[in-house]
Unconditional design. Structure first.
Length: 398
């Protein structure tokens, strides 16, 4: 009997989506599931950007340039100019979501079996992208006790080998919400300069910070030829289904390498580029309302979690996620139990077990990730449910 490839067998299941069948079964039983497992915002996609697609005059929906429509790339340079970053349209490749940009970055910066250093916990799909690119992830561990700050620089330096080609961070971070400081970004700049490493910065949540701002890797002048920034409109404009992102670098050779991958897949989504281009025309105050909503939700969620006996949740500086430590034996088992065996007032909660965001075996076993992408009323209901569940869970740890 034929078997799938070794690459297919090594491809990890998503810890964010693997419990979906249990949530569907709970809903079939009549239980309302409150979804905190995935970063799908309930903020309305701006009607004007959807209307731009509806109203477009498209006699033929043709391929775009492999780097994306020049009109969109030029508008993106204006968006970055507003952030104090000078780019040209020839330094941007429009991609099918941030996901494709990450794959392009890994395949362009590294060869088979090269290594990339990532602080853990990290966005779980980096594992899958690394398998696709044939590269090895090496982790340095951030700790929940200090809010998941950047691990010590000496720990990062000790992880560097002759096969190390890059460091990857997400800022603000998914899954922890940690916001890297200017000092930490400078530390990473120095280590990348010293060891001649690419610095890949996933900046999908740039707009959503609550204390301070997200420092872009594109501001690091000493290593500007070593920087790759990953961007996406998915979270910024609550347009996850558009699948439009960007691969950005000032390194001409690296850009040329990435363009070969872009050409191989022909072009990014055409209709979604129209939507993305229209999004840049939104008024400057557009982000005020969603940012205020996320901050209110964050404050409520963190307050409720830390009021529960045995629970600890650091206060994240950005994005819309928290990782919380619970008094439980196993997060995977607990999250499944919540969906299969528990409800409170006809409701239950779907969370993502945090073990799937760590590479080191055994870490994150008593942690879960929650996305505060539902309104305050539903967050309160979810926390009522979680609080009652922790009282009766068979695997509770005192």
């Amino acid at each position: 009997m034929l078997k799938p490839s070794l690459r297919g067998e090594k491809m990890p299941a998503s810890p964010i989506r693997k419990l979906v069948p249990f949530a569907e079964a709970a809903e079939k039983k009549g239980t309302k599931v409150l979804y905190l497992n995935i970063g799908q915002p309930d903020i309305e996609t701006p009607p004007s950007i959807v209307n731009a697609v509806k109203e477009a005059n498209i006699p033929i929906l043709a391929y775009s340039h492999s780097a994306g429509n020049i009109s969109y790339r030029k508008k993106l340079t204006g968006y970055y100019k507003h952030l104090g970053i000078d780019l040209t349209s020839e330094q941007i490749i429009v991609t099918a979501g941030g996901s494709e940009a990450i794959v392009f970055a890994m395949m362009s910066c590294m060869y088979l079996e090269d290594e990339i250093i990532i602080p853990e916990p990290f966005y779980a799909n980096y594992n899958g992208f690394a398998v696709m690119a044939g590269v090895k992830i090496v982790t340095v561990t951030a700790n929940i006790e200090n809010g998941f700050a950047l691990p010590p620089i000496d720990a990062i330096e000790k992880s560097i080998t002759p096969k190390t080609k890059a460091i990857l961070i997400c800022n603000p971070n998914n899954p922890t919400g940690y916001l890297y400081s200017d000092r930490e970004m400078k530390q990473l700049e120095e280590i990348c300069l010293k060891h001649q490493l690419f610095f890949i910065s996933d900046e999908a949540y740039r707009e959503f910070t609550y204390e301070g701002i997200a420092a872009s890797a594109l501001h690091l002048k000493k290593i500007e030829e070593q920087v790759v920034v990953i961007d996406t409109i998915s979270k910024r404009y609550s347009a996850c289904g558009a699948r439009i992102g960007a691969f950005i670098t000032k390194n001409r050779e690296l850009y040329a390498a990435a363009m070969k991958f872009a050409q191989a897949r022909l072009s990014p989504p055409g209709l979604a580029q129209i939507l993305g281009e229209a999004a840049i025309d939104l008024p400057e105050n557009y982000f005020d309302a969603p940012k205020a909503a996320y901050q209110s939700r964050r404050d409520l969620l963190v307050k409720r979690l830390n009021a529960m006996p045995g629970v600890f949740c650091p206060n994240p500086g950005g994005a819309f996620y928290v990782v919380a430590k619970l008094p439980i034996d196993d997060g995977d088992r607990f999250c499944q139990w919540m969906l299969e065996s528990f409800s409170h007032n006809g409701k239950t909660v779907m969370m993502a077990p945090a073990s799937g965001f760590y590479n080191t075996p055994g870490l994150g076993k008593n942690q879960v990730r929650m996305a505060y992408v539902i309104n305050n009323e539903n967050i309160d209901a979810a926390m009522d449910c979680l609080e009652e569940a922790l009282k009766v869970y068979p695997g509770k740890v005192d």
